[in-house]
Ligand binder design. Structure first.
Ligand code: 5GP
Length: 189
């Protein structure tokens, strides 16, 4: 059975880095490339980091039912394309989705068998430092992301698994353990 792992949590918590390390440890895990209407950041590539769509194209694809889930975040749209997910699960690969909380809720309804993992920051201050320090967003964007983060952190108990990203290596070990345990449980229910 193909498995789907949803990794959610506030922007700046380190989801991307954790997923990169998780996939180094478990190379069979594939990452679904999301679609977004936000502009590429320096170094981001179309089709690798995101499918960068304009607002009309995104809306057209929503209407066509092309998304498993989609959400508005900080004034931009983000979503998981069904074909991204199906192509990988049909080939028998376990897949990771890196998405924010509204999208994770939609996946919970649409695919209750998906394993949901919430990544929490050790504190809001740490999150602020990370969002400011990575230098990808201006002050207004950082403030907006932090406002959303407060609501996202409040939702953490909705999720079956929670990993606090205080120490990177420890958090990666926890994630690897969760993925291995869930994979074994689904293979031998
Ligand atoms: P960023 O602009 O920093 O790349 O992403 C902003 C937020 O959108 C992050 O929390 C990220 O995890 C989330 N995100 C990325 N792709 C998707 C997606 O396909 N669906 C949803 N719902 N959120 C996404």
């Amino acid at each position: 059975m193909a498995r789907v792992f949803v990794i959610t949590g506030p922007s700046g918590v380190g989801k991307g880095t954790l997923i990169r390390k998780l996939r180094e440890a478990l190379p069979e895990l594939e990452l679904s490339v999301s679609a977004t209407t936000r502009s590429p950041r320096t170094g981001e590539q179309h089709g690798v980091d995101y499918h960068f769509l304009d607002a009309d194209e995104f809306a057209r694809r929503v209407d066509a039912g092309d998304f498993v889930e989609h959400a508005e975040y900080s004034g931009r749209r983000y979503g998981t394309l069904r074909e991204e997910l199906d192509r990988r699960t049909d080939a028998g690969h376990p897949v990771v989705l890196e998405i924010e909380v509204q999208g994770a809720r939609q996946v919970r309804t649409a695919m209750p068998e998906a394993v949901q993992i919430f990544i929490a920051p050790p504190s809001t201050d740490t999150l602020r430092e990370r969002l400011t320090g990575r230098g990808t967003d201006d002050d207004e964007q950082v403030a907006a992301r932090l406002r959303v983060a407060v609501d996202e952190i409040a939702a953490q108990n909705e999720f079956r698994h929670k990993v606090i990203n205080a120490d990177l290596d420890a958090a990666v070990r926890e994630l690897v353990d969760i993925v291995r345990a869930e994979t074994a449980a689904q293979a031998h229910p």
